[in-house]
Ligand binder design. Structure first.
Ligand code: NAP
Ligand code: HSE
Length: 397
């Protein structure tokens, strides 16, 4: 029997318990036992029932239990989980986590610590929810140089954008629905402001490029400032907006950005709807590989956590630190493209877009929208400095 100490019993933790309860005859699941569960509130009503004596408020009850072999961390709390995950790895317990905020913040340190202690540190569910992407990516980088990686990496944002585009739903209502379906983070501003996508891009790009690409190396624009007007104006041009995380290799360096991007309706990224995600990887031998599936939600995410647990139980992944030590220069200053820009209350600002306008798209007393010529993003950001209510959407070629 393999004993798990489960940290957290919310959407993902309960999904895991449900799958184990319902597959208790299957090998090797029948040998996996959730021994103790850390929560904040012992009295909370939960969809998945477990005996009360499994629940604890005291993490040390789990950490100091010598019969627990694997710590599964699904709290979402970064400070607590950092302390507990380090303690677990140092005590030679395997760690499986879905917490991208934790992995993103402490990726190098925890990867190295796991190797030093000859235990697993696995985090498949931390990126793109239910899509198996990190294990395949670790395989691909053994053969390929990855020159570009991009994806729709946040289920909540993709759900909101799909509902606004297809059903004309209001932003707030679409966000509430995503929360009700268990897709959003405890603080959904990290979804809509692009932070969650940024953390996933940080993990993917650091693995794919063999070089530490940290949160502060990635430009980040979310979807929180987009209006129904932006979606409508681009829809009239047969374009659909998606929140995209993207990293590309450019001579000796890389560019990394999270931004709303408009694609021709009917093209690949526009087919990814609701809480589905996709990750597209370009390798020199593999060509373009597209991974697609549910990006959030109880069972898809718990399923991804469980595949990591099984790998620990069966001892079938490499315990070696998968992170490379290339030094690549950040070239975000050179990012160029065409952009859709909408400024609200535009008469309050003295913004000189004169030199960059390719086409005026909309103007009334309140809103003013244009499409730019091909420009440097940093120049546009300089021009728009101080403007509060605006949309900036990159247009795919
Ligand atoms: P959740 O529903 O909010 O559940 C969090 C659980 O952790 C709750 O049971 C909570 O206890 C417990 N917890 C939180 N902070 C704690 C603390 N300081 N001490 C003790 N217990 C604590 O979150 P979730 O949606 O399951 O997400 C968990 C993790 O998986 C997050 O890192 C998230 O980013 C990641 N993830 C989620 C999804 C998804 O679709 N939901 C997908 C991929 C990855 P109480 O129940 O007592 O409050
Ligand atoms: N809040 C995240 C999302 C959960 O919506 O994608 C999955 O990582």
């Amino acid at each position: 029997m393999v004993n798990i100490g489960l940290l957290g019993f919310g959407t993902v933790g309960q999904g895991l318990a449900h799958i184990l309860n319902n597959k208790s005859e299957a090998t090797p699941l029948k040998d996996i036992n959730i021994k103790k569960i850390l929560v904040r509130n012992l009295e909370k009503e939960r969809k998945v029932k477990v005996s009360k004596d499994k629940l604890t408020l005291n993490p040390q009850e789990i950490m100091e239990d010598k019969e627990i072999d694997i710590i599964v961390e699904v709290t979402g709390d970064v400070d607590l989980s950092y302390r507990l995950v380090k303690e677990a790895l140092n005590n030679k317990k395997h760690v499986v986590t879905a917490n991208k905020a934790l992995v993103s913040k402490h990726f190098e340190e925890l990867s190295l610590l796991a190797e030093e202690n000859d235990v697993y540190f696995l985090y498949e569910a931390s990126v793109a929810g239910g899509i198996p992407i990190l294990k395949p990516l670790k395989d691909q980088i053994r053969v390929n140089n990855i020159s570009r990686l991009r994806g729709i990496l946040n289920g909540t944002c993709n759900y909101i954008l799909t509902k606004m585009t297809d059903e004309g739903l209001d932003y707030g209502q679409a966000l509430r629905e995503a929360q009700g379906l268990g897709y959003a983070e405890a603080d959904p501003s990290s979804d809509v402001k692009g932070l969650d996508t940024l953390r996933k891009l940080r993990i993917l790009s650091t693995l794919a490029f063999g070089s530490a690409i940290r949160e502060e190396d990635i430009i980040c624009h979310g979807i929180d400032k987009l209006l129904a007007l932006d979606i409508k104006l681009l829809k009239e041009r047969e374009m659909v907006i998606k929140l995209i995380g993207e990293v590309v290799e450019v001579d000796g360096g890389y560019q990394a950005i999270v931004q709303p991007k408009a694609f021709k309706d009917g093209s690949y990224f526009t087919m990814i709807r609701e809480a589905y995600n996709t990750v597209s990887i370009e390798g020199d031998f593999s060509g373009v590989l597209n991974f697609y599936g549910p990006g959030a939600g109880m069972y898809p995410t718990a399923n991804a956590v469980l595949t990591d647990i099984i790998d620990c139980v069966m001892n079938i992944q490499d315990k070696k630190n998968p992170l490379g030590n290339r030094k690549l220069e950040n070239k975000n200053e050179d990012i160029r493209g065409k952009y859709y820009i909408r400024i609200s209350n535009w008469k309050d600002y003295e913004v000189d877009l004169g030199g960059v306008i390719e086409e005026k798209v909309f103007e009334d007393d309140k809103d003013f929208a244009i499409i730019t010529k091909e420009v440097r993003l940093s120049d546009i950001l300089n021009i728009l400095e101080g403007v509060e209510n605006l949309a900036l959407v990159n247009l795919e070629d």
